[in-house]
Design a protein. Structure first.
Length: 215
C-alpha cells in the first residue's frame, strides 16, 4: 500500500508541475506578443510624420519665379521704347533747326538747309552804319537760293524762340536810321515751336549744313 501511495503522490506532483510550466509559457507568449505590437505601432508613427512633411506645399518657389519674370518683362519693355524713338540718333540742335524751318521756312522745297551762327553785338545790317546790333546770339536758317528765304531767331530753351524780322539780303536806301533797327529788336515774335512730323524732320536734318557744328 505504501508503494501505491508513493506512486500516486509522484504522479500528482508531475501533473502539478506540468500545469505550472504551461501557464508560465502562456504568460510569456502573451507578454511577448504585446511588446511586439507596441514596437510596431511606435515604428509607424514617425513614417506618418515624414509623409505629412513631404505633403506640405512650399510657398517660396512660385513667388521667386514671379518676381524674376516681372523684372525681365520690365527690362524688355524698357529696351523696346528706346529702339522705337525715331529722332533719338540726332542732336537737340539738329532737331530744333529742322522743326523751326518746317514751321516757319518760306520754302519747304529746298536743296540745302544752311545754319549761320551770329554772335551778340553783330550789326543787324552790316551794310548800314546806322544799324543797331543784335542784343543776343541768334541763328539764321536759309536755303541755298535767295528765293528759299530765311529765318533768324534766338532760342529760349523752353520750346519757344524769338523771331527777328530781317531779310536774307538787305535792299533799300541807307542809312535807314537807328529807330528802324530798334523797332526790329523790340518787335520780335515769340513763337512756340511745334514738334512736327518725324519723317519730315529727319528729311530736313539730312539737308543741314552747319560749318561750326559740333554734333
Amino acid at each position: 500500500m505504501k508503494n501505491v501511495f508513493s506512486v500516486i503522490l509522484i504522479v500528482s506532483l508531475m501533473i502539478f508541475t506540468g500545469c505550472s510550466n504551461s501557464k508560465g509559457e502562456s504568460v510569456e507568449t502573451s507578454n511577448g506578443a504585446s511588446s511586439t505590437n507596441k514596437e510596431e505601432v511606435s515604428t509607424d508613427s514617425p513614417n506618418k510624420e515624414n509623409d505629412d512633411e513631404k505633403n506640405v506645399p512650399s510657398d517660396e518657389s512660385p513667388n521667386t519665379n514671379s518676381n524674376d519674370n516681372s523684372s525681365e518683362s520690365n527690362s524688355t519693355n524698357a529696351g523696346g521704347q528706346e529702339d522705337n524713338e525715331p529722332l533719338s540718333q540726332y542732336s537737340s540742335e539738329q532737331i530744333e533747326y529742322a522743326r523751326v524751318w518746317l514751321q516757319l521756312g518760306p520754302n519747304q522745297e529746298i536743296e540745302e538747309l544752311n545754319v549761320l551762327h551770329i554772335p551778340a553785338g553783330t550789326p543787324i545790317n552790316p551794310d548800314d552804319e546806322t544799324s543797331d546790333n543784335y542784343p543776343e546770339n541768334v541763328i539764321q536758317l536759309a536755303g541755298s537760293r535767295l528765293v528759299d528765304g530765311s529765318v533768324t531767331y534766338s532760342g529760349n530753351g523752353d520750346g519757344t524762340i524769338n523771331v527777328y524780322n530781317v531779310p536774307l539780303r538787305w535792299d533799300g536806301s541807307y542809312p535807314a536810321g537807328e529807330n528802324f533797327y530798334k523797332d526790329i529788336i523790340e518787335n520780335t515774335k515769340l513763337i512756340n515751336v511745334k514738334k512736327g512730323d518725324d519723317e519730315k524732320i529727319i528729311a530736313l536734318i539730312k539737308l543741314l549744313h552747319d560749318p561750326s557744328s559740333t554734333y
